[in-house]
Design a protein around this ligand. Structure first.
Ligand SMILES: Cc1ncc(COP(=O)(O)O)c(C=O)c1O
Length: 388
């Protein structure tokens, strides 16, 4: 079966009721026939569910689908994207290790790397996604992991996964890719040599802005370490959220196609708009890494960014003038969302850090929804006019 069929057909074992749609297993623990069965489960001699902090049928179903979509051997579902990223760092890095990360990453990931990892003796270097020639020089003898986002949030920097996969392999370093913006429908980092793929399932995987969730998938032996860390520290995904996310995966490929079509049409329509300084979208030839995007992404994704002439003040007026698009922190929703990253998701970075990550003060991020493209375009056009 093709991955998109498996993401529809994979289902937790049917109960004696022979339900068609999987029930929600809202239970904190599971029972045993006898003391011996319970002992064997705790000794890892069987894979019986014990306790929902460790495993749960809904979480397993969601993880199994993600593994098939990403081409991964194993995975673990977490309560949020940040707990997936954090667990992947904490389970595999130790005091004295060095992490090499792309500079253009989500704000909270930057906080973990720059504020928390050093507290535990883990050092880091940031590499510029636009200067791949400098990355190898930043690798140290104790570099244990490379972490990247591609496309990055919100700068939409694209990193060449084929090149990076080879670089990580050459130096025997774990390659960890946050695939939140692309989703496995658009790109599969494991195919290029990634050892781990993390996701904020809160975004396109849910797709309707309802629940938080995360997942990390990848090599069996690495996931085992992550599972051991999570089983004891407790960032487990709730069964209800897993049920929602697993159902959402059944429509992920359809939704990503429509998000990408709408975003591309919007980008093409506004790319030369006289009121914009610039507009960025991975599948526009004007994107600096257009060739890489075309080579490794099946579609351009659902996010575009632009800056209005007049910078930050004009940007604020624009956001206030939107009539349909929502002003909210999320992305990857059926509803079009507009945000100003410099004052919201990336406000914790210094001005200099933001500029280095491609976040100009006036940058507006649009997560293009599934509404009719004419309605989305009209809303943006009228808000641009109003903000003059
Ligand atoms: C690229 C990326 N990674 C991770 C996260 C964190 O995910 P969550 O909000 O589910 O913790 C986000 C959230 O916006 C994100 O955009």
């Amino acid at each position: 079966m093709k991955p998109e069929s498996e993401s529809i057909r994979i289902q937790a074992e049917q109960s004696s009721h022979r339900e068609h749609s999987v029930p929600v297993y809202l239970t904190s623990s599971f029972t045993f026939e006898d003391a011996e069965q319970m002992r064997a489960a705790f000794a890892d001699e069987t894979d019986d569910n014990i306790y929902s902090r460790f495993s749960n049928p809904n979480c397993q179903e969601f993880t199994d689908k993600m593994c098939v979509l990403e081409g991964a051997e194993a995975g673990y579902a977490t309560a949020s994207g940040m707990s997936a990223v954090f667990a992947s760092f904490m389970a595999l890095l130790k005091s004295g290790d060095h992490l090499l990360s792309a500079r253009s990453i989500f704000g909270s990931t930057h906080t973990i790397i720059s504020k928390f990892l050093p507290k535990w003796g883990i050092t880091y270097s940031y590499a510029d996604p636009n200067k791949p020639e400098e990355w190898e020089k930043l690798i140290q003898p104790n570099t244990r992991m490379i972490f990247v986002e591609t496309p990055s949030n919100p700068g939409l920097d694209i990193i060449d996964l084929d090149w990076l996969g080879k670089l990580a392999k050459k130096h025997k370093i774990i390659l960890n890719v946050d695939n939140c913006f692309a989703t496995p429908v658009i790109q599969q980092p494991i195919f290029y040599g990634a050892d781990l793929v993390t996701h904020s399932a809160t975004k396109y995987i849910d797709g309707q802005g309802r629940v938080l969730g995360g997942v990390v998938v990848g090599k069996k032996e690495l996931i085992k370490e992550i599972y051991t860390f999570c089983r004891s520290t407790g960032p487990a995904l709730s069964p209800f959220n897993a049920w929602v996310l697993s159902k959402s995966l059944e429509t992920l490929s359809l939704r990503m196609e429509k998000h990408s079509d709408n975003a591309r049409l919007l980008a093409e329509r506004f790319q030369n708009h006289k009121e914009l300084d610039w507009l960025r979208y991975p599948f526009l030839p004007s994107h600096p890494q257009y060739a890489i995007a075309k080579a490794q992404m099946k579609l351009g994704g659902g996010v575009l960014t632009f800056q209005l002439k007049g910078g930050i003040e004009r940007g604020r007026k624009f956001l206030n003038a939107l009539k349909m698009a929502s002003l909210t922190a999320n992305l990857g929703d059926t509803r079009t969302i507009a945000t100003h990253p410099a004052s919201t998701t990336h406000a914790k970075l210094t001005e200099e850090e933001r500029i280095l990550s491609g976040i100009t003060p006036g940058l507006v991020r649009i997560s293009v929804g599934l509404e009719n493209i004419e309605d989305i375009a009209q809303d943006i056009e009228q808000a641009i006019d109003f903000s003059k």
